[in-house]
Design a protein around this ligand. Structure first.
Ligand SMILES: O=C(O)[C@@H](CO)OP(=O)(O)O
Length: 342
């Protein structure tokens, strides 16, 4: 269905759950929805909608479109409150965390949960400046503090000034206790999903060892093989291939659908989990990925359009002129920010 039609969806929706409340459908979103309630609505020509949560209802509007409606996860490609349409391109930002205390000490880190150094904090803030004009509707981080610090510090620089909020879905209670009871506040928030699958490659018995001392002890070649081969794991640890299996599966199952639904996403993760994801995005061979090195705190930008990932590289300077020259969508987003903030 053409986007123009979407603006005409107005009607009422009866949720047949615990409550038989009527909710208003306007511009393809559900108003007055209970706080934190998630419903996936499928509009059909006959006006029946179904929800993946197993509830059924009727919408008095004729349209044919599938829509995911979630007050927390709704895309914010429109910075003003004009009707929302699904953008035909979305942004994907990848950031390796800033320098950690063990990067500084040259120790194998893997899944050990080490925070950023002061330099790492500064790198994260600088990364945030570089992406401050790029839309971010959702953030995915690993479960490790260095990636989470990086994401949060980067977002302090974002011009849209939405508040990144970590989702706590680990238990029903955690979910209930972290509810937000203002729809307006939810609109001004960015959900942050922490996933262990995006963690650094587990370095096994090398974790905590000094990289130089390990090379002196086992030989430079052996250590290089552990660090940069594709399928040879370090003792009791994960190879890049093993790390890629869980990181790329998570990306495909959880992140790609968000991009497809029109959301722009930032991922803050690690050298090897991001190398795995880049291998997938850029269709690198296992030979090519070996020489891929990522610096700490440098954001990389992709445009997701028509199911393709188009690499834009890293915004080189806070002005990002090169990056904005590429797509109309990004330029429009920036222009809206300018209008809103001046
Ligand atoms: O120690 C680690 O966890 C990683 C990233 O810092 O090291 P490597 O450079 O070998 O991938």
């Amino acid at each position: 269905m053409a986007n123009a039609m979407l603006h005409q969806i107005v009607g009422t929706l009866q949720l047949l759950g615990n409550s038989r409340t009527n909710y208003e459908i306007r511009n393809n979103s559900v108003n007055l929805i209970p706080k934190g309630f998630k419903v996936e609505v499928e509009f059909s020509k006959r006006g029946i909608y179904s929800s993946r949560e197993g509830k059924l209802g009727v919408i008095r509007a004729s349209a044919s479109e599938t829509s995911v409606v979630d007050p927390v996860l709704a895309p914010s490609n429109n910075v003003t409150h004009e009707p929302r349409t699904k953008p035909n391109e979305t942004a994907l930002i990848l950031i390796r965390h800033g320098e950690s205390l063990w990067n500084e000490k040259n120790l194998f880190t893997g899944c050990v949960d080490v925070p950023l150094t002061k330099k790492g904090v500064e790198e994260a803030i600088e990364a945030g400046r570089r992406i401050s004009n790029i839309p971010v509707d959702m953030i995915f981080t690993s479960a490790l503090i260095r990636a989470q610090m990086t994401a949060m510090l980067a977002m302090t620089q974002h011009r849209r000034k939405k508040v990144p909020i970590i989702m706590h879905n680990e238990s029903e209670q955690a979910k209930a206790w972290s509810q937000i009871y203002s729809e307006e506040t939810i609109k001004q928030s960015i959900p942050v999903i922490a996933a262990w699958q995006l963690n650094e490659r587990m370095y096994g018995e090398l974790q905590g060892l000094n990289k130089q001392e390990t090379a002196d002890r086992f030989g430079k070649e052996k250590v290089h093989e552990w660090r940069r081969s594709y399928d040879i794991p370090p003792p009791d640890g994960e190879s890049l291939e093993m790390c890629a299996q869980r990181a790329v599966a998570y990306f495909k199952d959880n992140i790609e659908p968000q991009l497809q639904s029109g959301k722009s996403v930032m991922i803050a993760a690690h050298g090897n989990s991001l190398r795995s994801i880049i291998m997938y995005l850029d269709q690198l061979t296992s030979q090519e990925v070996i020489s891929l090195e990522l610096s700490t705190g440098i954001p990389m930008l992709y445009i997701f359009k028509e199911d393709n990932f188009i690499r834009r590289g890293s915004p080189v300077a806070p002005t990002e002129t090169g990056v904005y020259a590429y797509t109309r969508g990004l330029a429009q987003y920036r222009q809206k920010l300018d209008e809103m903030l001046h």
